[in-house]
Design a protein around this ligand. Structure first.
Ligand SMILES: C[S@@+](CC[C@H](N)C(=O)[O-])C[C@H]1O[C@@H](n2cnc3c(N)ncnc32)[C@H](O)[C@@H]1O
Length: 403
């Protein structure tokens, strides 16, 4: 087991960057140690892993007992890491002298992931809404005697996480901390939670003036409302983010409809910008893309809730890298600023480069960001000439035109 964990890398990196991510953290190790006695007795359909970062929990669990593990990765990046690690020769080491071992990979909380599960290993998500959605899904679909082991870094854990788990499970206790990680153990599915209607995805009806104005097609009438659907953990939930709101105030300067055949909401979250694009440009093809499966499902659901589901294609991908080169006329971007708890801007820079590749000549990237980030030069390098369109005390909106 120690050899196996040592062989994992924080794919797509090789682990050599001193300040880069680690493939296996103290929470993975603690979860696997706590789970070891249960894994030893687990059958093929018993074990589910949720939120694995680079495959440590999934491969570790397989090594310790069951011949099959179901695993759910929200981000495209975590899934790519897992796929990298479930290849030979590592799988030969995991298999040992057993004939068959396998991983069933699910996007987010798809049907079938949790049916009849008896042990769930979970890296605690940063958002309570995401934890709520996961806990409710386990209570609805897992076996009555399911044991949930939910681990995290002590500094990121709050009492509210125990309370969320306690809404679905009768018994929630914490293990002793080790190397600044701790595991919450939840058992005894509450009978009322078994049959309860899921509280997520959340739905809301928005009437913000900026949203309705931006969603109005040239010469058309404004919609009375725009509806939003958000799975747990999706950025800003069902509300309109302040930066996104500021970007929407510039809509009267976005390209005219006759110049927009293909439009993209890059890092689409709940899909509000994709929906605005589809409503504002009724003849355009619109793509919303995000690395998170929960965001992709939300983008799809938000578009459907506004009656334009057929015109918005929602894709899961890392930083827009899979957008066709020179295929897009307009991209809207409110780039990520945090990756879990840490401030990170590398995804934003990768998104700028992807936008530069995806835009047709003369196509435009409209970007909103925290003014302190000074992205203008990076945007000019990645896309083309960039001008400041609007600024308020907090945010800047830029327009970059593809050379
Ligand atoms: C600031 S939010 C904006 C969401 C939405 N467009 C809005 O305006 O409300 C940034 C989004 O980028 C997504 N994201 C973060 N890193 C990403 C990556 N590497 N590739 C694709 N999307 C990413 C996040 O999941 C999040 O939904």
């Amino acid at each position: 087991m120690a050899d196996l964990l040592a062989a994992l890398v924080p794919w797509p990196e090789d682990g050599s960057r001193p300040d880069g991510p680690v493939a296996v953290d103290a929470t993975d190790r603690l979860l696997l140690d706590e789970a070891a006695p249960l894994l030893a007795d687990a059958g093929p359909g018993d074990v589910v892993v949720i939120g694995d970062r680079f495959g440590a929990l999934t491969l570790g669990a397989l090594t310790l007992g069951p011949s099959e593990v179901r695993t759910s990765t929200d981000t495209a990046t975590a899934e790519a890491a897992l796929q990298h690690h479930v290849r030979e020769p590592l799988m030969a080491a995991v298999r040992g002298d057993r004939r068959e071992v396998g991983v069933k990979d699910f996007e987010h909380l798809e049907p079938g992931l949790l049916d009849g599960a008896r042990l769930v290993l979970l890296q605690l998500p940063p958002s309570l809404a995401e934890l709520t959605e996961i806990a409710e899904a386990i209570a609805r679909h897992a076996a009555d005697d399911v044991v949930v082991l939910a681990g995290g870094r002590v500094k990121h854990m709050t009492r509210a996480m125990n309370d969320v788990l306690a809404s679905s499970f009768g018994d929630v206790r914490a293990t002793l901390a080790r190397q600044k990680s701790r595991v919450l153990v939840a058992t005894g599915v509450r009978p009322e939670a078994r049959d309860a209607a899921p509280t997520l995805p959340a739905r809301a009806v928005l009437r913000d003036a900026e949203l309705l104005t931006a969603a109005t097609p040239a010469g058309g009438t404004a919609p009375e409302h725009v509806d939003v659907v958000a799975h747990g953990g999706v950025f800003a939930g069902t509300s309109l983010d302040l930066g996104t709101r500021f970007l929407l105030t510039t809509a009267d300067r976005w390209p005219a409809a006759d110049r927009v055949r293909d439009a993209v909401d890059l890092g689409s979250g709940s899909g509000l910008l994709a929906t605005v694009l589809a409503l504002r440009y009724p003849d355009a093809r619109v793509v919303g893309t995000d690395r998170s499966a929960a965001a992709v499902a939300s983008t799809r659901a938000t578009a459907a809730a506004n009656g334009i589901g057929a015109r918005v294609v929602a894709l899961r991908g890392d930083a827009g890298e899979d957008l066709e080169p020179a295929s897009v006329d307009l991209i809207l971007l409110n780039p990520p600023f945090h990756d879990r708890a840490a401030v990170r801007t590398d995804a934003a820079h990768r998104m700028f480069r992807a936008a530069g590749r995806a835009l047709r000549q003369g196509g435009e990237l409209w970007c909103v960001f925290n003014t302190a980030l000074h992205y203008r030069q990076a945007l000019t390098r990645a896309v083309g000439p960039t001008v400041h369109i609007a600024q308020n005390p907090k945010f800047t909106v830029t327009r970059s035109r593809r050379r």
